[in-house]
Design a protein around this ligand. Structure first.
Ligand code: ZN
Length: 429
């Protein structure tokens, strides 16, 4: 057993921080077994362990918080990060994204870019991700191997697409199923940190046959599903044309077994309402809210306060390269700012608070991976240790220190990173 001592902050409930000043977290086999303000209380929580004789790793005046989870991100768009902000979604895909993803037929190029991507995620303390690869099986395998090497957790998708895209990214249904089954055979182990996720790009990229095959794969292997939903109004109109039988964009996925039949996460949901919202609630579909991407691609402002009040599950995503930033702490700030814009338009719903977005980013998002995102006993010990000495901590309360780190800090203040109890060292670029 290991015991870590620091100022411990996390969100068990969404409306407030749990704060343990000079607190202790006990970890056994990667799992939190106790959290307390002093060793006596910790001992009472861990009757099977001799807490007094365990080594205490003391981080002094530093903050310890759950690690970040990026719930929607495109690893192969790392080269386009911070460029190409002049178009909306559909022309942006054709002009910038598809040409870049076509390069991932070359596994060496893929490895060079994927190493950069993982290194940046590591820098910012993102220990779990839900990731799009490309259509290419070999490059997706390489991405999964790099995550395994790094020790960071990820659900990684080989992207399924076979229409409305360049020839180089079109894969027929049989090849898509075969490629997925190869990766499933290799990586779909119970409790593995890196696992496959079924990934139809979005309805306009997939024929009904391909969507059906994706639904069947998810069911057969009981795998989770990720895709995009109701991001942009032109996209929604296009889906209505392509799937005229469906009651909503969400229903188009639902008809193929891709909407909560196994755990499902959908990026954006900027325009989700009516039938689609009801289906999301019924089926427990999680939203990956990607505020920077929604700004950059002029998609709109996702109504997260309303979705939260409706009981929809929510996490946060960077969505590079629609989004420009892999620092998930920035996503917390932007999520609050988007909700303040909604508040300007409608004062009847309060804007999101810091504990709420912290809870969304950690415990709520983490529930997609299992017991992740909190320091309650039974949770995986995914943690960051923050040295905020440069931010004049002495004059602030612990929650204000965390707030200042979230608004003002960066990777330089993250001094330790843990994923399922293991300290994660800097991956090679
Ligand atoms: Zn996306």
């Amino acid at each position: 057993m290991k015991i870590y001592k620091a100022h411990v902050l996390f969100t068990k409930e969404k409306d407030r921080f749990e704060v343990f000043e000079n607190g202790y977290v006990a970890v056994e086999d990667g799992i939190v077994v106790g959290v307390a303000s002093n060793l006596e209380d910790l001992n009472a929580q861990c009757p099977n362990f001799n807490v007094q004789s365990a080594d205490v790793i003391d981080f002094g005046d530093k903050l310890m918080i759950p690690a970040m989870n990026d719930m929607h991100v495109h690893a192969p768009q790392v080269h386009n990060q911070g460029v190409a902000m002049d178009l909306e979604l559909l022309p942006w895909l054709q002009n910038y994204t598809f040409p870049e993803e076509s390069k991932y037929a070359d596994v060496e190029y893929a490895e060079r870019m994927y190493r950069r991507f993982l290194h940046t995620q590591w820098l910012f303390g993102t220990m779990r991700s839900v990731v799009f690869g490309t259509v290419h099986t070999e490059s997706t395998r390489k991405l999964m191997q790099l995550y395994q090497e790094a020790g960071m957790g990820a659900l990684v998708g080989k992207v399924a697409m076979n229409r409305n895209c360049p020839e180089a990214l079109c894969e027929d249904v049989e090849a898509a199923v075969e490629g997925n089954e190869q990766l499933i055979a290799e990586f779909n182990k119970p409790d593995a940190l890196v696992r496959p996720i079924i990934t139809p790009r979005f309805v306009p990229s997939c024929t009904p046959e391909l969507l059906k095959a994706c639904g069947e794969l998810a069911k057969k292997y009981q795998l989770p599903i990720q895709s995009h939903l109701s991001e942009n109004t032109s996209e929604i109109a296009w889906v209505a044309e392509l799937e005229p039988e469906s009651k909503s964009y969400g229903d188009a996925y639902n008809r193929y077994g891709l909407f909560g039949q196994t755990p499902t996460i959908m990026a954006h949901c900027v325009w989700t309402r009516g039938n689609e919202l009801e289906l999301m609630k019924q089926n427990g579909v999680m939203v990956a809210h990607c505020p920077t991407s929604n700004f950059n691609l002029s998609s709109g402002m996702a109504p997260i306060r309303s979705l939260l009040d409706e009981g929809v599950r929510i996490g946060l995503g960077s969505d590079i390269s629609g989004g420009h930033d892999l620092n998930m702490f920035r996503m917390l700030v932007y999520a609050i700012q988007v909700s303040k814009m909604h508040y300007q338009l409608d004062h009847s719903k309060p804007f999101l608070t810091l504990p709420e977005v912290f809870w969304i980013a950690t415990k709520s998002a983490g529930s997609f991976f299992g017991k992740v995102g909190s320091f309650e006993p039974g949770y995986d010990f995914d943690a960051l240790v923050i040295d905020d000495a440069v931010l004049y901590p002495a004059e602030y309360s612990l929650t204000h220190r965390l707030e200042r780190y979230i608004y003002l800090g960066d990777d330089r203040q993250i001094v330790h990173r843990f994923c399922r109890g293991k300290e994660i060292k800097e991956p090679k670029v």
